[in-house]
Design a binder for this molecule. Structure first.
Ligand code: FAD
Length: 447
């Protein structure tokens, strides 16, 4: 590759997509640098999937310890200590941050710390130092969107939640997406009184409605509070926390307010206009199927493109970019059948079409459901039912969607996603002998 520039590739953002792209491009022989303004690892590792999932594990013990007594275990003096969990989670994040740095170093990728801003289409200012590159990959991710309401600064976002000094006694979580529902489940189990506040009457709007209804029913029974169709007029700081004022009158106090009101692509302050890169709604970078922007040598992957905001998708896009541009092995990401989960309590897992989508796309569909109380819940005296739903294209018998809520649903769903992606038929599901006694055997027993 030509050495007219300092680097063959400059990646902006050392997150899921950026790190993968840098590593693979370097493996193909490119001279690579990565600019990072915060911490190597990005959202997923530092303040997203990983610390969140560790909190979910921590929260689960609350119910497991109660259930344990029904299984003969006598546990005295059990208590939850937030600082212990918080510090252990943050230490694990530090460890992973170190591993990511080592990976980049071992691939001879240079990490340049600082905020990156385009000077022109080939040059980028990183914390006062100008670096030039033949190709530039924008992988700057997304950041929490905070609503434009008076006093919004008195709330925190998912960026801060992992660092709380102490456990709030009460928390209002504004939002109805997966992040809101996950933190609601976690903090409720830690003993915080949680209210989920939503501006419409729907949460998890992309999800199969039957599963969402089940989550609501179970969450209400557990004691979570919901306020729907709620509009905020302002937020006031109080001695103990915040007071939320609603447009239709009334207030609600809480120790903590968490904004979980969506995420916007990180393009502000990037100087895209200096490079001539076009953006679309919410400032997302517009790319084609090969992740190329309107400027030939500038590509973008991950959340900053606002296509599918999930780590494995960002990683795959970064990998496809690096193989295509530097490895002489062009390939494109297949966006069909991306499995997803909500690590709520209980969790949801889903792949493929919902029933409504399938009716639109396939015309005639068959729907199979299994509504059951997991064996463990029966002995524990826990009245929580799981719900599995398979959507089948009636004309081909192909399973086009699988949706589940219940213990370990995301773990089970990943395996089902292979079958749905492979377009297996309902007859092939039925032909598989059940693995007994499991919850997942329901998948091959639905008649
Ligand atoms: P990121 O990983 O966000 O990396 C972008 C990097 O760019 C950051 O390190 C940032 O500091 C840096 N940066 C930004 N601007 C600049 C600049 N101008 N100069 C230099 N550096 C810059 N996804 C899942 O698949 N499963 C989950 O369970 C899940 N849970 C989540 C939970 C939470 C609370 C959050 C917030 C997200 C979660 N996600 C989850 C989403 C996932 O984290 C993102 O989809 C993923 O990290 C996107 O990767 P990325 O490479 O696009 O960007």
């Amino acid at each position: 590759m030509s050495r007219t520039y300092d680097y063959d590739l400059l990646v902006i953002g050392a997150g899921s997509g950026g790190v993968r792209a840098a590593r693979i491009a370097a493996g193909h022989g490119a001279k690579v640098a990565v600019a990072e303004e915060y911490r190597v690892g990005g959202t997923c590792v530092i303040r997203g999937c990983v610390p969140k999932k560790l909190l979910v594990y921590g929260a689960h013990f609350a119910e497991d310890l109660v259930d344990a007594e029904r299984f003969g275990w006598q546990l005295q003096g059990k208590a939850f200590d937030w600082p212990t969990l918080r510090d252990n989670v943050l230490a694990e994040v530090d460890r992973l941050n170190g591993l990511y740095k080592n990976t980049l170093a071992s691939h001879e990728v240079t990490v340049i710390e600082g905020h990156a801003r385009f000077v022109d289409a080939h040059r980028v200012d990183i914390g006062g130092k100008t670096v030039s590159a033949g190709h530039i990959l924008i992988a700057t991710g997304a950041r929490p969107a905070v609503p434009d309401v008076e006093g919004a600064e008195h709330g925190i976002t998912s960026n801060e939640i992992f660092h709380l000094d102490r456990l709030p006694k009460s928390m209002i979580i504004a939002g109805g997406g997966y992040i809101a529902n996950e933190f609601a489940g976690v903090f409720h189990e830690f003993g915080t009184s949680v209210t989920l506040l939503n501006r419409s009457d729907k949460i998890l709007r992309e999800w199969e409605p039957a599963l969402v209804d089940r989550l609501l029913t179970i969450s209400l029974a557990k004691g979570l509070n919901f306020r729907f169709n709620c509009r905020l007029s302002r937020i006031e700081k109080t001695e103990s926390g915040v007071r939320l004022h609603f447009v239709d009158g009334g207030t609600q106090d809480a120790d903590q307010l968490l904004w979980a009101t969506g995420r916007v692509p990180n393009t502000e302050g990037l100087g895209l206009e200096a490079a001539g890169v076009e953006t679309g709604a919410l400032g997302a970078i517009l790319v084609d199927e090969a992740n190329a922007t309107n400027i030939k040598h500038i590509h973008a992957v991950g959340d900053v493109t606002n296509r599918v905001q999930l780590t494995p998708v960002a990683i795959r896009e970064g990998h496809a970019f690096a193989d295509s541009v530097f490895g002489n092995k062009p390939w494109r990401v297949d966006y069909r059948c991306i499995p997803s989960a909500v690590f709520s309590n209980p969790p949801l897992g889903s792949v493929g079409l919902t029933e409504a989508q399938a009716r639109d796309e396939c015309g005639s569909v068959r729907v199979y459901t299994s509504d059951f109380r997991p064996m463990k819940n029966v002995l524990a005296g826990r009245n929580e039912r799981a719900l599995y739903k398979l959507i089948v294209d009636a004309s081909t018998d192909v399973v086009v969607g699988a949706h589940m809520i219940g213990p370990d649903a995301p773990e089970i769903l990943q395996a089902v996603a292979i079958a749905v992606k492979a377009k297996l038929t309902k007859a092939q599901f039925d032909d598989t002998i059940a693995l007994h006694p499991t919850m997942s055997e329901e998948l091959v027993l639905m008649r």
